[in-house]
Ligand binder design. Structure first.
Ligand code: T1G
Length: 675
């Protein structure tokens, strides 16, 4: 097998080049090639200095994550980096693209770093439930500040080169698209400079205040995660241990995380997110339809948020409303949202104006005639939608895609209202649509392959994580939400309290429990509006005007800062309802709540897979992570069920008399996994 590493001589400079698409991951072949390249440079007396650079879209984007959990193949990355650093000939790292994880650590093992102006450098391992395990936690605080080391390791966001240069991580910034030549010039310039600057020989200045301040500032963000604390501990260790002691400390912490379930969950999600974009049975290079102009019908909360996704990436949007007042209000909210982002420094004023300039408000559906994609976000009513799609069928140019933002209606029935069901599908955004990353792309029975592929590719362009869902009530996410809500309400009748059930879900890692979520969304959504008809606890709450946070009263009472407190009135309502329904109150354990509200979701997920309403179990995980706040470190409902043990899940379901999906029973019986 040819090595992905080649070398070139430029005078007395040896350039070691990696070309291992797609991201020059530091797999075994790359490590072996790097080691051989540096040894070649060391052995050749004519070589005075070396440059390491990568071809393709990026410098090494980290260790090869696909190797994790497999038997290690030498050389170890730490050994390669130590060899580079120990070299008695200067080694220059020439960085472009994303120098991440092990890639950042290789760069820090080099004596000098030069970077393309657009490059970024970072250690995102914490997002995989890990830490930089090849010396990053020991070298970064030795050449930059502890504060930066904490940001880079425990939060994991990449650092733009300009900042990295200012902080001393990067020695020089190359001229645009002149990295290769500038790196050779830099190497020539420092070829005789001695002593060679080695990160490991620097001292990391202690900064206990920075560490305490960092911990306090990020406590909420790190809740439930194991890796951030381990990253912080390693950086702190760098300020008091020798380099080799620090490396030992780092290794111990790294292996603890690597063997843990959280990192396994987060690594599962890394690949699940990328897998979700792939459509089984459709060639990855299928020709896509051009989407140069988008139409959005409805300028309410959803329509406005949906429009922003396209405006923010430079795709012009025509937004249509029935009434001028509603149109003005919708456009006003879009501008306010953009100005809010600018005020928080996330956008420049000229970007706000550019986005608003690309927005065309209209009261006329005919203005959508030349759109390539039209998305309706109108009132959730089948007749209204069918009538609208029939109109669009007569207006919008042939070849355009017609999408519905319905969150549970039958997309095939909507498509049947047109003469071109092959270009109709669902694009189910989540509120706030300009923020939430998940997009359920609902594939109709007649949706054409290139239409589906076009929308999936477009989703990546508007920075969404798209998942293909089949046509069934509630698609993937909402369909799994409903058994949870049903069981949560039943548990109330049997003796649990809203705060007990929510506490179990929050302790599990959810941002909030079923009842806090109902209060946030509004308990009155879908309510029959007849205060005399009390068929459920929800009816009783709505009849009393307890519609949720917006009324400062729902399943909880709320203060003016929207902090929830358990409500004695709700306890009375539940007690009253129980006695009127002749139901005896009993002790409910937290485990029973888990079994009846979470195992039932897994069971519904298995039914979705059986019915092929989702392509794969990992898509269900991606749906719940990016759309419903399922804790990242549990990998999603299906991955969690595998971790929990499918036998235990099946027993838990059967114990409560649930009909268990055959797929789940079969996997449990065969010792299989859902993922
Ligand atoms: N290992 C293996 N495969 C990888 C990979 C990696 N590090 N990074 C990307 N891929 C695959 C990915 O699965 C996809 O495959 C293809 O490359 C394109 O990726 C010891 C322990 C670099 C910013 O966490 O963040 O170093 O789906 O679709 O949007 O301390 O990939 O095409 O088959 O994401 O342009 C630390 C992970 C590792 C960076 C490019 N590094 N990668 O984004 O392309 S742990 C990371 C990314 C580590 C050491 C430790 C992004 C990217 P496929 P893509 P992109």
């Amino acid at each position: 097998m040819t090595s992905p590493i080649t070398t070139e001589r430029h005078g007395d400079i040896l350039v070691i080049i990696s070309n291992s698409p797609p991201v020059n991951a530091l797999g075994a072949a790359v490590r072996q090639g790097l080691e051989a390249g540096v040894k070649q440079g060391l052995a050749d007396p004519a070589v005075k200095a070396m440059v390491i650079r990568c071809d393709g879209k990026t410098w090494f984007a980290g260790a090869d994550i696909t190797e994790f959990g497999k038997p290690p193949v030498g050389p170890d990355l730490r050994a390669v980096i130590d060899m580079i650093e120990a070299s008695d000939k200067p080694v220059v790292a020439a960085i472009h693209g994303t120098a991440l994880g092990g890639g950042c650590e290789v760069a820090l093992g080099c004596h000098y770093r030069i970077a393309d102006p657009m490059a970024v450098i970072g250690t995102p391992e914490v997002k995989l439930g890990l830490l930089p395990g090849a010396g990053g936690t020991q070298r970064i605080p030795r050449i930059a500040t502890v504060a930066l080391a904490l940001q880079m390791t425990a939060i994991g966001d990449p650092v733009p080169v300009a900042k990295a240069h200012a902080e001393g991580l990067i020695d020089r910034i190359a001229a645009p698209s002149a990295l290769a030549t500038d790196a050779i010039a830099f190497a020539t310039e420092i070829a005789d400079a001695r002593p060679l600057p080695r990160c490991s020989e620097q001292d990391a200045k202690a900064d206990p205040e920075a560490i305490e301040a960092f911990k306090a500032a990020n406590a909420k963000r790190f809740r439930g995660f194991e890796a951030p604390a381990a990253n912080i501990a390693c950086v702190e260790a760098a300020t008091r241990l020798s380099f080799s002691e620090g490396m030992t400390f780092e290794r111990t912490e790294f292996m603890k995380l690597m063997m843990g379930t959280q990192s396994a969950a987060q690594r599962h999600l890394f690949f699940a997110e990328r897998q979700a974009a792939k459509i089984d049975g459709i060639a990855p290079d299928i020709a896509l339809r051009p989407i140069k102009k988008v139409g959005v019908i409805g300028a309410g909360t959803m329509g406005g948020g949906i429009s922003m996704n396209f405006l923010s990436v430079g795709i012009p949007v025509t937004i249509v409303e029935m009434q001028q007042e509603a149109l003005d209000r919708g456009v006003g909210v879009i501008r306010k949202n953009y100005e809010g982002s600018a005020a928080r420094g996330r956008l420049k004023p000229e970007q706000v104006e550019a986005a608003m300039a690309a927005l065309t408000p209209s009261l006329n559906l005919a203005d959508l005639a030349d759109c390539d994609l039209v998305i309706e976000a109108v009132y959730e009513n089948m007749e209204v939608k069918k009538e609208l799609f029939a109109k669009l069928d007569g207006i919008v140019k042939q070849g355009a895609i017609l999408a519905s933002n319905t969150s549970y209606l039958n997309v095939d029935e909507i498509a049947a209202a047109t003469s071109r069901p092959d270009v109709v599908l669902g694009m189910h955004f989540f509120s706030p649509a300009n923020v939430m990353k998940l997009l359920e792309v609902v594939r109709g029975a007649k949706t054409a392959d290139d239409v589906l592929a076009t929308v999936m590719a477009l989703a990546k362009k508007i920075k969404k994580v798209a998942v293909v869902a089949g046509v069934c009530p509630g698609f993937i996410g909402n369909r799994m939400l409903s058994p949870r809500q049903i069981e949560a309400n039943k548990l109330l009748m049997e003796g649990a309290t809203p705060e007990q059930i929510d506490r179990v879900h929050v302790a599990f890692g959810m941002p909030m429990g079923p009842f806090q979520m109902s209060d946030l969304a509004g308990i009155d959504i879908g309510w029959h509006r007849d205060p005399t008809r009390i068929d459920s606890i929800r009816d009783a709450l709505c009849a009393e005007g307890r519609w949720g946070q917006k009324k400062q009263a729902g399943f909880y009472d709320y203060d003016d800062k929207r902090n929830p407190t358990p409500s004695p009135r709700v306890a009375e309502i539940i007690e009253d309802f129980r006695s009127r329904s002749n139901m005896a109150k009993r002790e409910i354990t937290d485990q029973e709540i888990v079994e009846r509200t979470l195992y039932t979701m897994v069971n519904e997920g298995a039914l979705i897979l059986e019915e092929k309403m989702a392509q794969r179990a990992s898509d269900i995980d991606v749906t719940w992570i990016f759309g419903y706040g399922w804790p990242v470190y549990r990998g999603g409902p299906m991955f969690w069920a595998d971790t929990e043990g499918l036998k235990k899940v099946v027993e838990g379901l059967e114990k409560h008399g649930f009909k268990v999906a055959q797929l789940l029973k079969d996997k449990a019986a065969s010792g299989g996994r859902l993922n």
